[in-house]
Design a protein around this ligand. Structure first.
Ligand code: SAM
Length: 280
């Protein structure tokens, strides 16, 4: 019987067989810890359909195939296509798409999967260089109920950050506004090949009830990103630039009872929501 892809010896064999080296430019760190891989897949609410970003040589994908009815995996590195065709050949419930995830039509993919399988979740060991845009893109899709991702520890900290913390950012606000966020566990650098310098964490986002329309949420997030655009600037300066109108910015801040000399980093989600309501 074949060993799991995530065992260190099988990973090494695959890398040798295909003469592969992890590409730094694509943020490639392959998971070589079957226990972590299984724990991650089994906690991902992946029973129906699951989307993976960056299957690599297929370690997490394999575990997801064992749990889910359907796995869709987006991989940007064309050199991995024949590797995945080989490593995942025993599974008929997986589709690997050669595409930059940031360019895919996620709405369409999720709508199709939801129609066919009922619910859609995301599970991935994210490439560190695009963690933020990938998460922003996933957050925008309100039909994804659970997101379970492995990220660098610092990124994980941002989701727990509160106003005035250094890590508090637009990503923190959006994440906490939409989801209950739980840190599942820490993954040491030695669980990867090659080992990154920093530890990673697996965090899980479970979508909160929200009565706002998709459009309203997007508009709120556009405002949040504008408020955090230049972190050192005051909320007034960022808002003035966004609205292209200083007077309007002053009035809105007054009405929302937010001192104009504060910075976005000092504002709670409630204050940002109040500002959004006023501008509506
Ligand atoms: N899932 C594998 C594992 O856990 O061993 C690999 C994880 S590795 C950290 C990240 C993967 O994402 C790599 O396979 C990399 O090629 C892929 N990747 C990088 N940028 C991507 C993008 N824009 N769209 C899709 N995949 C991408």
């Amino acid at each position: 019987m074949k060993k799991l892809i995530s065992t260190p010896s099988r990973t090494k064999k695959i890398l040798d067989q295909f003469n592969l080296r992890a590409k730094k430019g694509f943020g490639q760190n392959f998971l070589v810890d079957p226990v972590i891989v299984e724990k991650c897949a089994s906690m991902a609410h992946a029973e129906s359909a699951v989307i993976e970003i960056g299957p690599g040589i297929g370690s997490l994908t394999e575990a997801l195939c064992m749990h889910a009815k359907k796995v869709i995996a987006f991989e940007v590195d064309k050199d991995l296509m024949n590797v995945l065709a080989d490593t995942l050949s025993d599974y008929d419930n997986v589709e690997v798409i050669l595409q930059d995830f940031l360019e895919c039509d996620l709405e369409q993919v999720v709508t199709d999967l939801k129609q066919q399988y009922g619910s859609v979740s995301v599970c991935a060991n994210l490439p560190y260089y695009i963690t933020t845009p990938v998460l922003f893109k996933i957050f925008e899709n309100l039909d994804i109920s659970y997101i379970t991702v492995m990220v660098q520890k610092e990124v994980g900290d941002r989701f727990a950050a509160k106003p005035n913390d250094t890590e508090y950012s637009a990503l923190s606000v959006e994440g906490q506004y939409l989801f209950d966020i739980k840190k599942l566990f820490t993954v040491p650098g030695r669980s990867f090949n090659p080992s990154p310098a920093v530890d990673s964490v697996i965090i899980q986002f479970s979508r909160k009830e929200n009565d706002k329309s998709n459009q309203e949420i997007q508009n709120f997030f556009t405002l949040v990103r504008a408020c955090f655009k230049q972190r050192r600037k005051t909320i007034y300066n960022n808002l003035k630039e966004y609205l292209q109108d200083g007077q309007l910015a002053t009035q809105a801040l007054e009405k929302a009872e937010i001192p104009s000399n504060k910075r976005a980093q000092q504002l709670s989600i409630e204050e940002l929501e109040r500002l959004f309501e006023v501008l509506q």
